[in-house]
Design a protein around this ligand. Structure first.
Ligand SMILES: [Zn+2]
Length: 191
């Protein structure tokens, strides 16, 4: 079991947005399945809670129309960019918007944001990460958290991958472990 500490731990919910869930523009298979364990954790944990979100302009560089890799998704102030309605937003204390400028891409919630500074200012030493997608924004956020000096726990039952290539999720989890991240099931966390 892993004991969560209300002062030194923080939960980071990565990009649980409509466009990344079934029915969205860039749906992650079973993406909405991350929500039940995340809600359980948000409701039980009394530590700092953060959610990141893709918050793109209409002409964002990651969109195919601009020569990027992805269909248009998570355009700011649209349904697709909203958090999935099943996510318990009432438990979120901070929302971090990323990749908000046309020429700025950010898979990580730490990239181009004040997140690391905010966590350090609060005395956070360890982050617990779940959300979407394992092989992109979860991985990038976990690896950046390590680079920023935080301990990292990735919730193996509360992440799902895009799997552009089969096995990408497993390889990403392995990469996160190699970087010093721990993976646990949500029900192994004591709050
Ligand atoms: Zn995006």
């Amino acid at each position: 079991m892993v004991n969560l500490d209300s002062h030194r731990d923080a939960v980071i919910v990565v990009d649980v947005q409509n466009d990344f869930c079934p029915g969205g523009a860039l749906a992650v298979p079973d993406g909405d399945q991350v929500i039940p364990p995340i809600n359980v954790l948000l409701r039980r944990a009394n530590c700092f809670t953060v959610a990141t979100r893709d918050w793109h302009p209409k002409n964002h560089c990651s969109f195919k129309a601009q020569g990027g890799l992805w269909p248009g998704h998570c355009v700011a102030e649209t349904w697709g960019a909203d958090f999935h309605p099943a996510l318990d937003r009432s438990r979120l204390q901070l929302i971090v918007s990323k990749a908000t400028a046309p020429d700025q891409e950010a898979y990580s919630g730490f990239q181009g944001t004040a997140l690391a500074e905010i966590l350090r200012d609060r005395g956070v030493q360890r982050v617990v990460i779940g959300g979407l997608a394992t092989d992109y924004c979860v991985k990038a956020t976990a690896l950046d958290a390590r680079r920023e000096g935080f301990e990292v726990i990735v919730l193996e039952d509360a992440v799902r991958g895009v799997e552009v290539n089969p096995g990408d999720s497993d390889r990403s989890l392995e990469e996160m472990k190699q970087a010093g991240c721990t993976t646990v099931r949500t029900d192994r966390l004591m709050t």
